[in-house]
Design a protein around this ligand. Structure first.
Ligand code: SAM
Length: 436
């Protein structure tokens, strides 16, 4: 259960949830009732949370609710027929994913029967009581709106949804074992890896832990639909996590999405998994394959690494070197003069090499902007560059790479492969490439 300080974190939100409860009890012929319900089901809950809880608090507890469009998009990826499905969202927030699932569930003849049935099919947990209460209430609002009904409820709102409750989603067993579908937009904050974890060490994103815990607890055949931070799809350091997921589940769909929403400036992707009968022992397939038919990549012809100088951290000790950083390096050119020098005790790069700027966004004109560096002495390179040193030591191989980086094919490859702001060594090394 959450600690006391956690329980109080969203106290300011309780007034909004109380308003939702009143709305759920109002007769529907009151002026603009359905408009207000529509607002409550589409974005208002999230906007209200932003109003009462500072970003720091929302980040600390990973409280970012999924908008209507993204929730609907995720739910559409289900294959199972809905009438018998049982959905479980282990970190349900104010229920956006459950609301999206409920929009697709059939109605019974009468409102109380529908609620009774939805109560069996919809389950969720969250550590914050305000969210849990809000989630149940929004489901009642949706049912009333769809029925267009003022029928009296025969139970309390909580009584209709006994499986939506305040609890830690990471330790549930029964709710996972009865689910046919697990829906997840887990917290993206960092936490220490669970004891004995084989696929990650140190501080890792909670989203990674949520997925593995959920898969380990789900029964074979359970379908999992998740919204996850892009780094889990494309980060080279997340390979062990991806392999563990592939052992536990068939990876049915990986869909890059883009920025989660304007308030949470993080790239996400959608993942659809099917829990395996037994863990796979064969080598997992890589999650990302190039559409281009070439086995040769930048990594086949270059040593690829990140520049080693961290300017404000590294002491200015060691030998003097020509020094490059993004403000002084011309793009798409050959750099032969070096206006700046600094002492650097770590690795300096012998030229020729290609320096690629790491900052890069999907949709930029060029995802990987390069410069061929030609210098008689080894060069100290700031860590905002990825350095590609040709294995054959040839400046022509560097020029061929610079031409290749300017192509639309490379832009599309990188857009597909990595949607984070920073290019990774893994993504650059995987660019299909053959010197002409
Ligand atoms: C990113 S929000 C998503 C909420 C909801 N699934 C959605 O898509 O709108 C993550 C939620 O996880 C909750 N949470 C964090 N740790 C949790 C845990 N251990 N068990 C259950 N919920 C948790 C947070 O309170 C937050 O509401």
């Amino acid at each position: 259960m959450p600690k006391k300080s956690n329980r109080n974190a969203f106290r300011g939100y309780a007034a909004y949830v109380a308003g939702l409860r009143r709305l759920a009890m109002e007769p529907s012929d009151i002026h603009d009732w359905s408009v207000r319900v529509d607002d409550a089901l589409n974005g208002q809950a999230s906007a209200e949370l932003r109003r009462v809880a500072p970003l720091l608090i929302r980040r600390k507890f990973g409280a970012f609710f999924t908008g209507t469009d993204l929730s609907a998009r995720l739910i559409k990826r289900c294959i199972e027929s809905y009438p018998t499905s049982v959905f479980y969202d282990p970190a349900c927030g104010i229920g956006d994913l459950l609301v999206a699932a409920a929009r697709a569930l059939p109605l019974c003849k009468k409102l109380p029967e529908t609620l009774q049935r939805w109560g069996k099919q919809l389950s969720g947990t969250d550590v914050h009581s305000e969210f849990v209460e809000g989630a149940r209430t929004r489901l009642v609002l949706l049912a009333r709106l769809r029925h267009n009904s003022d029928e009296r409820l025969q139970k309390s709102i909580a009584g209709y949804f006994p499986n939506i409750r305040v609890a830690d989603g990471l330790v549930q067993r029964r709710l996972f074992s009865r689910a046919t579908h697990v829906l997840l937009n887990p917290p993206f904050g960092k936490a220490v890896a669970p004891a004995g974890c084989k696929w990650g060490t140190g501080r890792i994103t909670e989203a990674a832990t949520f997925i593995i815990e959920a898969l380990e607890r789900s029964k074979p055949g359970t379908e999992m639909l998740a919204i996850l931070p892009e780094v889990l799809r494309s980060g080279s350091s997340k390979e062990r996590w991806r392999n563990r997921v592939s052992q536990l589940a068939e990876v049915k769909r990986i869909e890059p999405y883009g920025i989660f929403d304007a308030s949470a400036d993080v790239h996400v992707f959608l993942l659809r998994l099917l829990r395996r009968e037994t863990e796979s022992l064969t080598d997992p397939k890589p999650w990302m394959r190039s559409k281009l038919k070439s086995n040769a990549t930048v990594g086949s012809f270059f040593h690829v690494r990140v520049g080693r100088v961290v300017p404000h951290r590294d002491p200015k000790k060691g030998k003097w070197h020509p020094y490059i950083h993004p403000r002084i390096v011309p793009v798409w050119e050959e750099m032969v003069t070096f206006p700046q020098h600094r002492r650097h005790a770590g690795l300096a790069h012998p030229s020729p090499f290609v320096a690629i700027r790491r900052t890069s966004r999907p949709g930029d004109r060029f995802r990987a902007t390069g410069t061929v560096v030609l210098c008689a002495k080894p060069v100290a390179v700031e860590n905002h560059f990825i350095v590609c040193e040709p294995r054959d030591g040839s400046a022509d191989t560097c020029r061929a790479l610079m031409r290749r980086l300017q192509t639309q094919q490379v832009n599309e490859f990188l857009d597909m492969r990595i949607r984070c702001r920073h290019l990774t060594v893994g993504a650059v090394a995987a660019i299909p490439f053959k010197p002409q």
